[in-house]
Design a protein around this ligand. Structure first.
Ligand SMILES: *Cc1c(COP(=O)(O)O)cnc(C)c1O
Length: 361
């Protein structure tokens, strides 16, 4: 077996022990004579896997009892629409902080449903920084404030959550979920497509304060109702059982290496190494992002010109470093350093970068 270093932004690298366990158990799950993904989602065996995923999320992220943990299909994108449908409606206001591509997409869906207000927009600065608290003026009557904690495409990340003065803060954590603790004093709801740092594609993890959930609209199609998903423990209809199972296996791996503290240690080590290599290249490699807004999950950088960038991606691929092309909307290079990326992968990338610079400098 020759696994390469996969730096793709999503779907993305998963922990090898989780993949291996799924492989071992795929055809026959724990002597039951069938695969877990062939079983009823109402049976005892699936139920255990489902509830273990929820219990591990609660434990690792220290989710307080006042929050519901939900699995909802449709990825993060469905949440862009489902949140305003649940909480906005005509005449109701929500505040949006546009830090990049993903916050903007959420805003565009919300404005179809209610009054979505942009209270800060980084587009004129090409999304190279997170705003400071003093730049933010929240609407006094906002139902909620929407932010994206880590802009996967633009490579910027909120280091701490903004203080909304008590308005519910809803956070798209698709690309930094399970890489950092959540400040439950400020976050009323978070959601994350699973395919970045948790599992294969197929659903979003949603964690929502029960107090907020009570306010969600009920006169809408049933799948869009947060209260129904919560009441039925995300088993109102058939959940994506394979994705839930893989989530459980990934979370077990996180626990086995020492939980969130160890994840954070490795995350900081990997990000520091890569940014240091970029900064030490005398401008050959250049990160466009302001230093204190740099993402620890998705590192973006440029080369002197686009021809060199193309060459870099091609040669890196040959060297077993895959998925380094920046998003098609922004170009450049991007390395996603999700939890499952080993430190050795980042070392191999840096060796390649130094070598490439010597040959093409
Ligand atoms: C990938 C991503 C999305 C979209 O997720 P889907 O699951 O594909 O809908 C939304 N927000 C962020 C921050 C992302 O990285």
């Amino acid at each position: 077996m020759a696994r390469i270093y996969n730096f793709s932004a999503g779907p993305s690298i998963l922990p090898l022990p989780a993949l291996e366990e799924a492989q071992r158990e795929l055809v026959e799950y724990k002597s039951t004579g069938m695969s877990l993904i062939e079983m009823s989602h109402r049976g005892k065996i699936y139920d255990e896997v489902h509830n273990e995923a929820i219990a591990l999320i609660k434990e690792i992220l220290q989710v307080p009892d006042e929050y519901a943990i939900l699995f909802i299909q449709g990825g993060a994108t469905l949440q862009f629409g489902m949140i305003p449908i649940a909480f906005l409606g005509s005449g109701k206001i929500a505040d949006f902080i546009i830090t990049g591509t993903w916050a903007k997409k959420a805003y565009e869906d919300a404005k179809l449903i209610g009054q979505a207000q942009i209270i800060w927009d980084g587009s004129s600065e090409r999304y190279t920084r997170i705003p400071s608290q003093s730049e933010l003026r929240f609407s006094s009557n906002a139902e909620y404030v929407h932010i994206c904690s880590n802009e996967t495409i633009d490579g910027i990340q909120w280091q701490t959550m903004p203080d909304t003065g008590g308005k519910p803060l809803i956070v798209d954590m698709s690309s930094d979920i399970m890489s950092r603790p959540v400040d439950w004093n400020t976050v009323s709801m978070l959601f994350a497509g699973t395919q970045k740092n948790l599992a294969p594609a197929g659903m979003a993890l949603v964690i929502i304060k029960k107090q907020l959930l009570e306010k969600a609209r009920k006169d809408i199609p049933v799948y869009l109702r947060y209260d129904v998903h919560a009441k039925e423990n995300s088993l109102y209809n058939t959940p994506p059982t394979f994705t839930v199972w893989m989530t459980t296996l990934t979370l077990r791996w996180i626990q086995s290496i020492g939980g969130l503290p160890e994840i954070e240690k490795r995350r900081d080590q990997k990000a520091t190494m890569l940014y240091s290599a970029i900064d030490a290249s005398n401008g050959y490699y250049r990160c466009p992002v302001e230093k204190n807004s740099r993402s620890k999950m998705n590192v973006v950088w440029r080369l002197p010109d686009e021809t060199l960038e193309e060459k870099f991606v091609k040669e890196a691929e040959k060297a077993g470093l895959s998925g380094l092309q920046g998003h098609r909307s922004v170009g450049g290079l991007r390395a996603s350093l999700y939890n499952a990326m080993p430190v050795e992968g980042v070392k191999a990338l840096i060796d390649f970068m130094n070598n490439f610079m010597q040959r093409n400098g």
